[in-house]
Design a protein around this ligand. Structure first.
Ligand code: NDP
Length: 339
């Protein structure tokens, strides 16, 4: 059983050398007698930005446990049941949820596992548009931003797993939507594939405030923040009165020893801005409504989803690290086995 193991806690940016591949792992392909659980074959694994925080020793106030050095990384995936002693899971079932970065896993905590119910969409969608990133986009946009038709919406890391969905939701509602991303290829995707009104490469903008003034001469009503740091600071200068900021993520800050200061928070007061951090975990009750809406958007061709699928379990570390340099184009997934 090949496995991707965390060597030790990490500080700063994660590196490939923080992991090793164990090729000698063994696993019995039967659930041990007397215990309730399933043995699965992992087909696809998901790389998500929050995972770098789990590679660090948990800080006080952290909302999520650290990975255990010496053990396989755990994360979202799609897997096939090989053996089961639980009545809700049968041999051959496909499910999505928390599994291990390894070829086969014995899972005994089945609470967060869900069956793959819709086979007319790619199973990988359950790690993206129909999974945790999709619900993040849905809850963050509709619940936190209180959006209205015609509003000016800005999204950072806009071509990523979450951002591309937020932008398309905003367009469907009739908003004016601009996204920032880190390459020409991504900017082209935003404009030509996802239908954003405008997009720019933030790496080529020496003055983010000036760039935002160019795209939003009348200011921003809604900022869906995926990056934090300098971009958030520049956005604060350009928010409109009664604007909303959904603080989804701050990927530019996750791996810094000294996170950057944000200097323009006073604008929250003068413009009566509502700025709210949120965690997708608080919104799982919306999952059925969200899936129904997104599935119909997909079926009607109103929404598209771009994935970046690399092949081979041993490429998981590089794929995860690539999220922090912007190597991924769309939702990052690793194909471990086809069936
Ligand atoms: P993405 O698919 O967007 O991948 C991460 C992207 O972030 C990269 O491709 C890169 O795009 C961008 N990025 C990396 N480093 C920087 C940097 N220093 N400055 C600016 N941009 C950077 O990831 P997700 O869509 O999965 O996640 C987006 C955000 O949402 C993350 O902050 C994540 O932590 C957060 N999140 C929050 C959740 C919640 O419950 N609140 C749940 C899920 C995600 P580019 O090339 O454009 O720079």
């Amino acid at each position: 059983n090949k496995q991707v193991i965390l060597k030790d806690y990490v500080s700063g940016f994660p590196k490939e050398s923080d992991f090793y591949i164990n090729t000698n792992g063994t696993i019995k392909l039967k659930v041990p007698e007397g215990s309730i659980g399933i043995v699965v074959k992992n087909l696809y694994l998901s790389c998500d930005p929050y995972m770098s925080n789990r590679m660090k020793k948990a800080a006080a106030g952290s909302y999520i446990e650290s990975f255990k050095p010496g053990s396989p990384i755990s994360g979202y995936g799609v897997a096939k049941v090989l053996d089961s002693t639980h009545p809700d899971f049968k041999k051959g079932d496909l499910f999505w949820g928390r599994t291990g970065w390894e070829e086969y896993s014995l899972l005994t905590d089945l609470v967060l596992l869900n069956k793959v119910l819709h086979t007319d969409v790619p199973p990988t969608y359950y790690m993206g548009i129909l999974g945790m990133p999709g619900l993040t986009a849905y809850a963050g946009f509709y619940e936190v931003c209180s959006p209205m038709k015609g509003e000016y919406v800005f999204i950072s890391a806009a071509s990523g797993a979450v951002g591309q969905i937020v932008g398309q939701f905003a367009k469907l509602l009739g908003c004016y939507v601009v996204g920032s991303a880190g390459s020409k290829e991504k900017v082209d995707l935003l404009k030509n594939k996802f239908g954003f009104n405008e997009a720019f490469n933030y790496k080529e903008e020496p003055d983010l405030d000036a760039a935002l003034k160019r795209y939003f001469p009348e200011g921003i009503d809604i900022y869906f923040d995926n990056v934090g740091g300098k971009m958030l600071d520049a956005v604060l200068l350009n928010m409109r009165v009664h604007g909303r900021i959904a603080v989804c993520g701050m990927i530019s800050q996750y791996n810094l020893h000294n996170p950057e200061g944000v200097h323009n928070l006073m604008h929250l007061i003068s413009k009566r801005i509502h700025m709210e951090g949120f965690l997708v975990f608080d919104y799982y009750h919306l999952y059925p409504k969200f899936v129904e809406q997104v599935l119909s958007y997909i079926a009607e061709g109103k929404i598209v989803y771009v994935e970046d699928i690399v092949e081979g379990l041993e490429n998981c570390p590089a794929a995860l690290i690539g999220l922090f340099t912007g190597r991924n184009v769309g939702k990052q997934i690793v194909l471990v086995a086809r069936e």
